[in-house]
Design a binder for this molecule. Sequence first.
Ligand SMILES: [Zn+2]
Length: 265
Amino acid sequence: MKRFCFLLLAILLFVSGCSFNSDSGVSDPEATDEVTPVPTEKPQTGWVEQGGRYYYLLEDGSKATGKHEIDGKTYCFDSNGLLIILVNPWNHKPDNYKPELVSIGGGKYVHAMCYDDLMQMLSDCKAAGHTYRIDYAYRSYQLQTKLFVNSLTGYLWKGYSREKAGQLVGKATAVPGTSEHELGLALDIVDKDRPGRNSAQANTDTQKWLMANSWKYGFILRYPNGKTNITGIIFEPWHYRYVGKEIAKEIYESGMCLEEYLEAM
Ligand SMILES: [Zn+2]
């Protein structure tokens, strides 16, 4: 993947004067005075990172929104110009990606950009009478590697070939570099009384509430039932991904998964 660059230098260019009078739009044949070149600042362009949020500035200095082809790769931005990062088995997290992490307690961290909405969602979930437990939030590349290797080893011990074991693990535990947990924007939230991370989790009261309401707080159920061939990941009725309220609402109402939504954008 093309590396992100953080262009922070503004280039001062001296632009030669225009041949017309900017007030009237009509040139004055009598005017002989030389027009003094006015120094103008060329707009900053390219990738910009602000607190773990990524934007792309176009030629005119405005933030790219919607879908853009940049250096041969397609990127999607929300209406505020924020890059919607797609991470799945076919899309590695961006090089140099660095989330701005904040603690949510219990030694767990999330990206600052989803903190307020997450806290509100958990508070409302609790107020609705449900109990929850957060199994995973942000994971470093190192932790993702450890989880992947542990899971792989388990399958190898069961007698699966290395290739088959790799396939089975990859559907539930992402290959390091391709986990949304590494973005700091994903959480595994389970019912505290029935915490099993399996399809039955979808039947718990906590999960029913989260699946019906998470979009209001900017979170989507990232790996819905029946979308495995598109997401590459099994049905996970506990894994929530933050995409912001605007997009979460559209995804929830359309029934699309993130890949489908970005494709249709
Ligand atoms: Zn997860």
